[in-house]
Design a protein around this ligand. Structure first.
Ligand SMILES: C[S@@+](CC[C@H](N)C(=O)[O-])C[C@H]1O[C@@H](n2cnc3c(N)ncnc32)[C@H](O)[C@@H]1O
Length: 233
């Protein structure tokens, strides 16, 4: 049997993060080999946070989405060295992959740390935290699920606080405020800033529950990516 007559999937081994025919979403409990709270990190870079978070919290399963192949391979090999079976890294653009990866209310937490600022105006569409991501995460996070956002760009922090709150998330530090609490685990970049003393802006949010109605991406024309700031040298 060949070509279009071949069964769609002939092997019992399904690559991580893939839905098999008949599934709408990947079966993460199949991929991790257990049922556990599922967390997502977007843009882990070299994985300083992902690896230590997965090691400290063996009770959760962590999916990372990273565009850079070399970083994906680095994290995978370090996870293997450290025996971390609760960490899966997918290579690709999180904005494109997200809608097909997780069913509603399936995630316990989202981590977005030091997303690229994309300083040039013509690149600002690539900014990760925007109205669309926030609306989508209202849908994908379970009630009580958290968002852990960190940046070194003051204007990104302020815009993101507005964006998560406008989408209906509860700000753990109170409306409009940044988090005063130091994080349990630092990201790769954050470790550098801890040495140099460069400021870091952190915010944490909680999903109060399913959003009312359909996924709405319309916020009166606001994208959440309009911010401008002075680029640090
Ligand atoms: C400034 S680095 C921060 C890395 C890490 N979070 C840290 O704090 O050290 C931003 C990371 O996000 C990744 N990235 C950028 N756009 C992305 C996208 N659309 N989907 C997934 N990863 C993305 C980049 O490749 C890069 O590794």
């Amino acid at each position: 049997m060949a070509g279009k007559d071949a069964p769609a999937l002939q092997t019992a081994v399904v690559p991580h993060g893939c839905a098999v025919p008949g599934e709408t979403f990947p079966d993460w409990s199949r991929d991790f080999g257990r049922v556990a709270p599922l967390e997502l990190e977007i843009g882990p870079g070299r994985g300083g946070f992902a690896l230590d978070h997965a090691a400290v919290h063996r009770e959760i399963d962590l999916v990372c989405i990273e565009t850079r192949r070399a970083d994906c391979e680095l994290i995978r090999s370090r996870a293997q060295e450290r025996g971390l079976a609760n960490l899966i890294v997918l290579q690709g653009d999180a904005k494109l992959l997200l809608p097909g990866l997780f069913p509603p209310a399936s995630l316990s937490a989202l981590h977005v740390q030091f997303p690229d600022p994309w300083w040039k105006k013509r690149h600002s569409k690539r900014r990760m935290v925007d109205v669309e991501l926030a609306a989508r995460m209202r849908l994908l996070l379970r009630a009580g699920g958290g968002v852990d956002f960190r940046t070194d760009v003051r204007a990104y922090a302020a815009a993101a606080v507005d964006t998560w709150e406008d989408a209906g998330f509860l700000n753990a530090a109170g409306p409009g405020r940044l988090s005063p609490d130091p994080p349990e685990v630092l990201s790769t970049r954050e470790r550098r800033y801890a040495r140099t003393g460069q400021p870091v802006y952190r915010a944490r949010f909680v999903n109060p529950g399913p959003p009312p109605g359909e996924l709405s991406l319309d916020r009166a024309g606001r994208t959440g990516r309009e911010w401008t700031d002075v680029r640090r040298k």
